[in-house]
Design a protein around this ligand. Structure first.
Ligand code: FAQ
Length: 325
């Protein structure tokens, strides 16, 4: 991999740089932070990786809501570990985005001022314990489906972050499945609670994969650059295929009476997804959008003293190093 400057080259060199970039993509190799890359590739990566990081950080809130109310010490310890993993994922991803030239402060500002996107899924409430099961099974399940191919994304720091994240998502998905399985083996009230959570999270989890392919403005270019490896609809199909046998084991019903496998077409047939709801959530009008941003802003303000103390400590260490040199 070349180690060229981040500044765009003179036009005469640009064709050569572009050709070198294209060759790396063609060879399924990796672009690294110091390599030349087209401005639009950099912009797309900053967009996707920062949105992904914000999703992990905002995604701590729906489950954080249940840490103090988990039904046992064991459940509480597992849930705390999961939510901490999500914080870690956010940090790896912010670091990956920083290698592209955006600062953490800029990304945070965009988020708390409501200018940044994060996954639609985290704008729904978590009124019952079974929501912890449904989030693990459906939301982390969808996240895995979407993110395993990202381990082969063409941008090195993003792909490497995804490898570790996917291992942890896999544990998250299983713990959610196990919560639902326990509830489904419990009382009738517990079974109803589990089914109700699945009913509420199923459709939003299908929306996580993004708009249908013919309404996805970024997919074609992102796939040509090998950032995305599969289209939104292909991954949604793969996810449904993964859920159907697992729902049978759990004994829950997926809330779609039309759902069936079409052998001839080789795909799952589903009822129409309510894309109006998706666009409402993206426009900031989902059930929990305002609360998620309010809480994030509050946490950021509450943490100001920690950031100041850390910066002061770093300055002191630097001064001591300089004095010792
Ligand atoms: N929510 O042209 P496309 C997790 C936006 S992490 C909100 O198809 P693209 C872990 C999209 O940004 C979950 N916005 O876009 C966890 C674009 O807007 P823009 C997050 C969405 O980028 C579990 C516009 O619509 N995962 O769950 C959504 O090619 C449990 C047009 O869409 C990632 O971020 C959406 N669902 O494909 C944590 C994975 N879908 O920017 C806690 C990485 C689309 O042009 C608890 N990201 N939009 O204004 C990706 O794979 C892609 O960015 C997609 C969207 C597939 C999300």
């Amino acid at each position: 991999m070349t180690t060229k400057t981040l500044i765009d080259p003179a036009p005469s060199d640009q064709a050569a740089e572009q050709a070198a970039f294209d060759a790396v993509i063609e060879a399924d190799s990796r672009i690294e932070p110091r390599d030349w890359m087209p401005a639009a590739y950099r912009k797309t990566l900053i967009r996707q990786i920062s949105q992904h990081a914000h999703s992990e950080i905002i995604g701590m809130q729906p489950e954080g809501n249940w840490i103090t109310r988990a039904p046992s010490l064991k459940r509480k310890a597992i849930l705390m570990a999961k939510v901490q993993d999500e914080a870690g994922h956010g940090l790896y991803l912010y670091s990956a985005a920083q290698t592209l030239g955006i600062t953490r402060d800029e990304m945070t500002e965009q988020l708390i001022e409501g200018r940044a996107r994060y996954s639609s899924i985290f704008n729904y409430p978590t009124p019952t314990w079974a929501d912890m099961g449904a989030i693990g099974w459906l939301v982390d399940g969808a996240a895995i489906c979407n993110q395993v191919p990202l381990c082969r994304a063409s941008y090195g720091p993003y792909a490497r972050a995804m490898v570790r994240i996917c291992k942890e998502e896999s544990f998250h998905q299983r713990q959610g499945f196990e919560i639902l399985l326990t509830l489904m083996q419990g009382t009738e009230a517990q079974q109803r609670m589990a089914q109700d959570a699945v009913d509420r999270w199923y459709w939003p989890s299908l929306m996580m994969f993004g708009p249908p392919d013919d309404e996805s403005p970024n997919s074609a270019q992102s796939m040509a650059w090998k950032i995305k490896r599969f289209s939104n609809d292909d991954l949604r199909q793969r996810f449904i295929g993964m859920l159907v046998p697992q729902a049978e084991v759990l004994g829950v019903t997926l809330p779609d009476p039309e759902l069936r496998w079409d052998e001839a077409a080789g795909r799952w047939i589903t009822s129409d997804i309510d894309w109006t709801e998706f666009h409402e959530v993206l426009a900031g009008r989902g059930p929990m959008n305002a609360e998620r941003i309010r809480r994030r802003r509050e946490a950021h303000e509450d943490g100001a003293w920690v950031r100041e103390a850390a910066a002061e400590y770093a300055r002191t260490q630097q001064r001591r190093r300089e004095e010792a040199a």
